[in-house]
Design a protein around this ligand. Structure first.
Ligand code: PMV
Length: 272
């Protein structure tokens, strides 16, 4: 039976999450944590659920394919796992379609998961590298920011869609505008200011704030890097410090779960 293998990267939003939904720019990078999907044209041996079920139903092949999914990305960590999965599925199943058609399918699946999505996640998953994204348009950018430390503040209770909806109900235009200005002049030194603005709009939970304050207290900077969450965890925290060893000591001392990622990985690709 014919088999198609596709892998797609996760991503970190370096600056601009949430504001990007309202037309402000964001800076985003693909990371070297990927999701790999193997699609075989065979009758499935199990029932699909969630995003996979929705995607296969939309694509009209729910009882025609067998899937094997292998992910290095935590679900709900703000690392774009749903966009990577949706992209890998669509590229495998709609192999012969045009890119524009594939994009439309990914958007349908992303919107099911995210509610109103800006499109930043699906664009970086497709393109890879580093991008500046605004209102559906994107430019490749070159950043010296090539590696990052991520600290797990815990899985959010809220979905991305719920967080986006919560923010839509508030009045945050002033903060979004400041985030947009910050993105246009982005450098790692602005991570702390971006984090403060995210806290102001209310997407950062107490656990994440505590971790971030400790990093700041020893001279580093940190921010959440996705939709966030306030009821429990806020997903992955991006942490930087001039002295990486010092940051690692703090992580070890607190027994925080962390990982080092490389930025700028390749976008979605066929593996066979
Ligand atoms: O947490 P994630 O990976 O789903 O990040 C979503 C980024 C948002 O700006 C919150 C939503 C969007 O569609 O841009």
């Amino acid at each position: 039976m014919e088999e198609t293998i596709v892998s797609a990267p996760g991503k970190i939003i370096l600056a601009g999450e949430h504001a990007v939904v309202y037309g402000y720019p964001a800076i985003v990078a693909a990371i070297n944590m990927r999701i790999t999907v193997v699609v075989k044209q065979e009758k499935p041996d199990k029932k699909y659920t969630g995003l996979v079920k929705y995607a296969l139903e939309q694509l009209g092949i729910i009882d025609k394919v067998k899937l094997n999914i292998n992910s290095e990305l935590p679900v709900g960590g703000g690392l774009g796992s749903s966009a990577a999965l949706a992209t890998a599925l669509v590229w495998a199943i709609k192999k012969d379609s045009s890119q524009a058609e594939k994009d439309q399918w990914v958007k349908i699946i992303e919107d099911f998961q995210h509610g109103k999505s800006s499109g930043v996640d699906q664009t970086i998953v497709r393109e890879g590298g580093w991008l500046r994204f605004q209102q559906g348009k994107w430019q490749v950018i070159k950043l010296q920011f090539k590696a990052a430390i991520l600290i797990d503040s815990g899985k959010p209770k809220e979905s991305t869609g719920e967080m986006v909806k919560m923010i839509a109900e508030g009045r945050h235009e002033a903060e979004f505008k400041k985030i947009g200005e910050l993105v246009n002049n982005w450098r790692p030194e602005l991570i702390q200011e971006n984090e403060r603005l995210l806290e102001k709009i209310g997407v950062v939970g107490e656990k994440a704030k505590k971790i971030i304050r400790e990093i700041e207290a020893m001279g580093g900077q940190a921010k959440i890097c996705g939709a966030g969450g306030v009821k429990a965890g806020s997903g992955m925290i991006l942490a930087v410090h001039k002295n990486k060893a010092k940051l690692k000591q703090l992580i070890d001392k607190n027994k925080w779960k962390s990982s080092e990622v490389r930025l700028g990985d390749e976008g979605v690709r066929y593996e066979n």
